[in-house]
Design a protein around this ligand. Structure first.
Ligand code: FAD
Length: 389
């Protein structure tokens, strides 16, 4: 994707300031009542509240947690992760997105350090480009809003002194990356973050940045409305969502989330949004090809597929890149012959998610993910045994 230097609009024109000006009573925090999402008490226990409770995973020593998580981790430094990204491209033509592990910072110094770490990563990426001309194949950067914030928003909250600082930090990373032609993705966290994440995203788009994408979670009820704001200036990673959300705000059945992922991908592509279809469920990805990409004749430049590094899917991923998957796939209606040929000739972009971080931080982060989703322990063991899916 082409990355342009941003045209910065005056802050008063962006949606955040307009929202604030409607609330004369509040000098700092402005609360949006988001589309049908109840507040914390109504919604029940949040993912983070669950995480705060004691669990068996608290008793597992960090070195063991790190051992379980080792197939997913790309090292401790930006250089480790970038070396891996280059190796993956050289050996398999896999693209990558690099993520620094960490979330829920406790003070401003930590948040400022996140900015500096991301700038260092962006420098490393821009100084070591892959030998490929198509910009979208270059490594990208992913970050969580909470890496830059000392507070967690309450549901619907997009502004406060702390959140404004987080916005400024995120913008400074996005601007730095934009000037160096590096694409970035603002990730999704649990539902309390969704308004801040999406308002920040749309505000940055309104300010002229074209190097930023974001994440939408099929799990959340609100996503059905959220996708209506997306257009051809935007890029979206579509996932089911990793956080165990309360049933008041989210679907709880995976098959439903997967059906919605496919449905939303079609709507987003129709809106001109670049879609990053991120699932390890091969059947769900097949549905995406069979019911969206092939019948809608979606060009291979309009989407990509994404995976967590370390989830064993290598044979399948390589067949997507080479186009082999489409050559040996089921026969299709003759009307789609041209589309099948394009897929078989060009193949599909596959991107790996490469998280990295210093041992203690990475261990604590992985422990929180295990507590939220104990299946990760079984997945981790399967990975260590190299069971390919
Ligand atoms: C590139 C990428 C970025 C993501 N970014 C975000 C984000 O910003 N916010 C967010 O909320 N979620 C994010 N996720 C996580 C996502 O929401 C899902 O929780 C995760 O992908 C598992 O769902 P699934 O679609 O693979 O289906 P599942 O039904 O969970 O998995 C299908 C099969 O894949 C295998 N599998 C799945 N996960 C793993 C694993 N960790 N290790 C080994 N095997 C596994 C299992 O065999 C499983 O049966 C991201 C996922 C990917 C791939």
């Amino acid at each position: 994707m082409a990355v342009k230097t941003p045209v910065k609009g005056p802050r008063s024109e962006n949606s955040r300031d307009l929202q604030k000006s409607k609330d004369p009573k509040s000098s700092t925090a402005f609360k949006v009542v988001p589309m049908g999402i109840p507040n914390q008490a109504e919604a029940g226990q949040s993912a983070s509240a669950q995480t705060a409770q004691k669990s068996i995973f608290d008793t597992i020593p960090i070195p063991l947690v790190l051992f379980l998580a080792s197939p997913y981790l790309a090292g401790q430094t930006a250089e480790d992760a970038l070396n891996l990204a280059q190796k993956l491209y050289k050996e398999n033509k896999f693209s990558s997105t690099l993520d620094i592990l960490g979330e829920d910072m406790s003070d401003d110094a930590d948040c400022d350090a996140s900015v500096e770490m991301y700038k260092h990563l962006i420098d490393a990426i821009s100084k070591n480009p892959l030998p490929v001309t198509e910009t979208r194949r270059q490594p990208t950067v992913s970050f969580k809003p909470s890496m830059f914030a000392t507070t967690t928003p309450t549901t619907g909250q997009v502004r406060s002194v702390e959140l404004d600082k987080a916005y400024d930090r995120i913008e400074s990373v996005v601007e730095y990356a934009s000037l160096r032609n590096v694409n970035v993705t603002l990730e999704a966290e649990d539902h309390r973050w969704a308004d801040f994440q999406l308002e920040t995203y749309h505000s940055l788009i309104a300010s002229g940045y074209r190097n930023i994408g974001t994440v939408l979670q099929a799990r959340l009820f609100r996503t059905e409305q959220d996708i209506k704001r997306f257009d051809d200036r935007m890029r979206t990673r579509l996932v089911i969502g990793i956080y165990n959300e309360p049933s008041a705000v989210a679907h709880t059945q995976k098959p439903i989330m997967k059906e919605l992922m496919v449905k939303y991908s079609r709507e987003l592509i129709a809106r001109g949004t670049y879609v990053e279809f991120a699932t390890h469920d091969t059947n769900c990805l097949q549905d995406f090809f069979q019911t969206v990409v092939i019948p809608d004749k979606v060009p291979t430049t309009a989407f990509e597929t994404q995976y967590l590094h370390g989830v064993p899917r290598k044979r399948f991923q390589k067949s997507l890149i080479s186009g082999e998957f489409f050559r040996r796939g089921p026969s299709y209606d003759a009307r789609y012959e041209k589309q099948m040929k394009e897929l078989a000739d060009k193949g599909v972009l596959v991107r790996m998610y490469l998280p990295y971080g210093e041992g203690k931080i990475a261990g604590a982060y992985c422990r929180r993910r295990l507590k939220e989703n104990p299946n990760m322990a079984i997945y981790g063991l399967k990975n260590l045994l190299h069971i390919d899916g």
